[in-house]
Design a protein around this ligand. Structure first.
Ligand code: AMP
Ligand code: ZN
Length: 497
């Protein structure tokens, strides 16, 4: 296996950009926190999962064999009032909790398909790993970092922080601060020794819907536990990458690290990657705040926030234009601009795929080869998709000039043209995960290309016969469809604006 280039990643754990070195050469174990399936995914969730999809695709593109584990949280993620989100969802919809979980898991999968995200290698569910979670609780107790109180088990943060000095290393929070701000007023949680302790097993009340037998009580696991258990079950005690949205840094990821260290004396992941939040009107898009736009509404345009519907590939392109670690504020204007950019890129790729050369190469080659190389360098710089995308856009005017005859394509070497075609194909479709919907895929693209050739030929004939009426009629109709004709020395070319 040959890896194409050195990769730099921003590691949230060290707060530095570091050279990425996998534990086993050529292989990567990556765990990403999946959705809590108690309601429909919102666009913020999509941003995070698309972000990691691009990271996953690029790691594969570099030549790594990646085991990508992304879980489904179907138990134990608590609301502020201490109620399990799944139980609350089930009661609200009058469904079995597992019906709720299945319904929204299906919806999540459908959304990932619509946004052309690759499936993970393993997608474990929290409810399928209760035994392993009970084992980890026991290991934490055996190592002295967990204690039982009234059937619930808590992680002893103060003891852990005093002995190991690592609690807070990811989020930068210090234990005194946590002690002051943590809440002990949550249902079932007044038995904690210290306010910052967190439940790893919770005794269930009689009316709680999802509960299992354990050595301590009939209850359910704490939310953070599932990811500690499922990541290490499928990737080993120590693996390469752990990801999620940056709202999960604390308490979820910090507590995951504490649990892993408490249970097996081993920090789970070498590199922690966090996507930043999708904002709407400057505020985090969040299900619990009701500040969301559904992907369906954005696609159909059925929302006061947008003037029209947008294709999921345009939305994906819009997301690509911002680095995964920066906030992304959604607006109608930005989406409109993304739609234009997306069309321009697809159009250029169609033009490029039809270019041919008999030439031997000249100075043009050097400029193009440099841009090709820089595209890869940008992606290797902490997956900088917006920068890599801008390199492709630097190449677009050149491609159009070859088509229009302003530049002579025969001055390009066969090798450079082949590299340029490969770059566009591999980055647009394999790495960025876009699909060409401008004409419904490559088959329809061929039909559109054929029709456009026929139309431009008919217009040429009309012009040759001095039939200006027909020639103008064709041009005006195409203009109204935002297709621009350009007459060059080698004939007429066309571009969708
Ligand atoms: P949840 O279903 O709430 O557990 O979230 C699933 C994933 O989406 C987690 O990695 C969250 O960090 C992420 N997420 C939640 N809200 C947003 C948002 N507004 N923008 C980006 N990612 C988000
Ligand atoms: Zn998680």
């Amino acid at each position: 296996m040959s890896i194409k280039k050195e990769l730099l990643v921003y590691n949230s754990l060290t707060r530095k950009k570091e050279v990425f070195t996998p534990i086993n050469e050529g292989f990567i174990g990556m765990y990403v926190c999946g959705p809590t399936v108690y309601s429909d995914v919102h666009l913020g969730n999509v941003r995070t999962f698309v972000g990691f999809d691009i990271i996953y695709r690029f790691l594969c593109y570099l030549g790594y064999k990646v085991r990508y584990v992304r879980n489904i949280t179907d138990v134990g993620h608590l609301l502020d009032d201490g109620e399990d989100r799944m139980s609350k969802g089930a009661k609200a919809e009058n469904l079995e909790p597992m019906e709720v979980a299945q319904k929204y898991t299906n919806g999540f999968h459908e959304m990932m398909r619509i946004f052309n995200s690759k499936k993970p290698s393993i997608e474990p569910r929290a409810t399928g790993h209760i035994l392993e979670q009970i084992e980890m609780v026991q290991a934490i107790i055996d190592n002295g970092y967990g204690y039982e109180a009234n059937g619930s088990v808590y992680f002893d943060t103060l003891k852990f922080a005093n002995e190991r000095k690592t609690y807070g290393k990811l989020s930068g929070r210090v234990i005194d601060e946590l002690m002051a701000e943590s809440r002990s007023d949550l249902k079932n949680q007044s038995d904690k020794k210290h306010p910052s302790d967190f439940a790893i097993w919770m005794k269930a009340s009689d009316d709680h819907l999802m509960k299992w037998n354990s050595p301590w009580s009939v209850g359910f696991p704490g939310w953070h536990l599932e990811c500690s258990v499922m990541s290490t079950k499928y990737l080993g005690n120590h693996f390469d990458i752990h990801g999620g949205g940056n709202d999960l840094k604390f308490p979820h990821h910090e507590n995951e690290i504490a649990q892993n260290e408490g249970a097996c004396n081993c920090s789970p992941s070498n590199y922690w990657l966090h996507t930043n939040m999708l904002l709407m009107n400057g505020k985090k898009m969040s299900k619990s705040d009701g500040n969301t736009i559904t992907p369906e509404d954005l696609m159909s345009g059925n929302s006061p926030h947008v003037s029209q519907g947008y294709d999921p590939m345009v939305i994906r392109f819009f997301m690509l234009q911002t680095h995964y670690a920066s906030t992304l504020d959604i607006s109608d204007d930005a989406l409109k601009a993304a739609e234009k950019g997306y069309k321009r890129l697809m159009q250029a790729n169609q033009v490029l795929s039809k270019l041919d050369t008999s030439g031997a190469g000249n100075a043009e080659d050097e400029e193009i080869l440099t841009l090709i190389d820089e595209t890869l360098v940008d992606m290797c710089d902490d997956f900088n998709a917006p920068k890599a995308l801008s390199r492709l856009f630097e190449l677009v005017p050149k491609i159009n000039s070859y088509k229009e005859g302003h530049l002579d394509v025969n001055q390009l070497s066969k090798e450079t043209l082949a590299k340029l075609k490969a770059l566009f194909n591999e980055f647009i479709f394999d790495v960025f995960g876009l699909k060409d919907i401008s004409s419904g895929g490559s088959e329809s693209a061929n039909v559109v290309n054929g029709l456009m050739e026929l139309i431009t030929d008919l217009r040429q004939d009309a012009r040759a016969n001095k039939d200006w009426g027909t020639s103008d009629k064709i041009r005006d109709k195409l203009t109204s469809l935002e297709i621009q004709l350009k007459d060059g020395k080698d004939g007429t070319s066309w571009i969708i604006n």
